[in-house]
Design a binder for this molecule. Structure first.
Ligand code: NAD
Ligand code: GLY
Length: 380
């Protein structure tokens, strides 16, 4: 990781975070105004002028940033088409991916062509999956525009869509050629989405980056971009990308270590599922899941009340919920048993042991997990 002034005649230097995956290695580039460098950065990665590019986005995002992206791509000589999908998790389906395939066909995307995902995690996951499956796999460049997608979803190659039976059940690992992050795009992101993204940031701190936690603790307000400030935002983007890159480079296909990125997700998913995916954004449910995982660790004597308090204080300063809603115990247990991380009928929990360290445990009594989830509701 480091500041790598890119030899570009236009645009400011970009921070570079490498994702070391051998022949599938790529870079995460971060910097204000990076969007205007998209075309040139694609050419730098071996795509020739005259190459066909399909930009997949939605009307919210494209309305703000589509023109900058189009100009940058066309200036680089790339033959560009745009597809705007309906926004929202409810549209993250195989039917929507079929629309991307239809446009890939009409825009004559070939093996050497490229899909650019311009948007949040929903667009990124679907555009990535379309790229993974069109002609058995073409290139994709991720241009995330939500905080959550910048720090997590755009990096690491998980792509896919939802199935009626559950979230993200259909998918493929397909690493991007490049991840380009322009923090200026966050200026138009709704504040609730900024807060939801902060849950993933706090996750990175608790699972492995005490320095990031220290930096977050220096700010009184983490619930809006103004409170976070520009320099901390850059630090957040760089450290989160580096943390994700480290984990993915070690365990691309989630054989073991990558599971730690699911810290807070196991009980968070229960909350999301049992409230019908309507009450909470993913990051909000994750915040409750992290509070609950902390309670579970506390009850097992794995970490201290002081560390749990530090975690809760960060969630609170980020304006995130921490108390689980009232949920039926049997429904919680059944939902836990359907988690994607279940192996041989045992639920794997990622549990904090200190600020910056976690363990993976598959020997937890599910009743204890139910109690921990309910304990988040103590004061409310
Ligand atoms: P999202 O993609 O639904 O975006 C949230 C909302 O913000 C949308 O309405 C979107 O149109 C709007 N938006 C996006 N950028 C904007 C901008 N700059 N200005 C104004 N509006 C903007 O939500 P998300 O939180 O980014 O992503 C959630 C999805 O990501 C879920 O489907 C989840 O499964 C997936 N995900 C994937 C991974 C992975 O590793 N692949 C990791 C985490 C989450
Ligand atoms: N967001 C979890 C992962 O990428 O593995």
């Amino acid at each position: 990781m480091g500041t790598d002034p890119q030899p570009m005649d236009s645009g400011a230097p970009l921070l570079t975070v490498p994702v070391d995956l051998g022949s599938a290695a790529y870079q995460v580039l971060i910097g204000r105004g990076a969007l205007g460098q998209l075309g040139a950065q694609i050419i730098k990665r071996g795509f020739k002028s005259g190459c066909r590019v399909l930009v997949v986005s939605n009307a919210h995002v494209s309305g703000h940033y589509g023109e900058t992206v189009r100009r940058s791509l066309e200036h680089a000589g790339l033959i560009t088409d745009f597809l705007e999908l309906e926004a929202g998790e409810v549209h993250k389906t195989p039917a929507t991916v079929a629309l991307i395939h239809d446009r890939a066909c009409s825009h004559q995307l070939e093996r050497g062509s490229l899909i650019v995902a311009l948007g949040g995690g929903v667009v990124g996951d679907m555009a990535g999956f379309a790229a993974a499956t069109w002609l058995r796999g073409i290139g994709v460049v991720q241009v995330p525009t939500t905080l959550l997608a910048m720090v997590d979803a755009a990096i690491g190659g998980k792509t896919g869509v939802n199935h009626a039976g559950g979230k993200n059940l259909i998918g493929a690992f397909h690493q991007p050629q490049l991840v380009l992050i322009d923090p200026e795009t966050l200026a138009t992101l709704p504040p609730r989405e900024v807060r939801a993204g902060m849950a993933e940031v706090i996750k990175y701190g608790v699972i492995g980056d005490p320095v990031l936690v220290d930096s977050l603790e220096e700010r009184q307000q983490l619930n809006c971009l103004e409170g976070i400030g520009k320099s901390l935002l850059l630090q957040i983007l760089r450290r989160s990308a580096a943390a994700k890159a480290r984990v993915v480079a070690t365990d691309e296909r989630e054989g073991s270590l990558r599971a730690i990125l699911n810290y807070g997700h196991t009980l968070g998913h229960v909350v999301e599922t049992l409230t019908g995916y309507e009450r909470y954004l993913h990051g909000e449910a994750l915040a409750i899941g992290m509070a609950a995982a902390g309670e579970l660790s506390l009850s097992l004597g794995l970490w201290s009340a002081q560390d749990q308090q530090r975690q809760l204080a960060l969630l609170e300063r980020s304006g995130l919920p921490m108390a689980a809603p009232d949920l039926d115990g049997e429904a919680i247990r059944n939902c836990l048993l359907r988690d994607k991380k279940v192996r041989d009928g045992r639920v794997r929990f990622i549990l904090p042991t200190g600020i910056g360290s976690v363990v993976i445990r598959d020997d937890i009594d599910l009743d204890q997990a139910v109690t921990a989830l309910r304990a988040t509701n103590r004061g409310s």
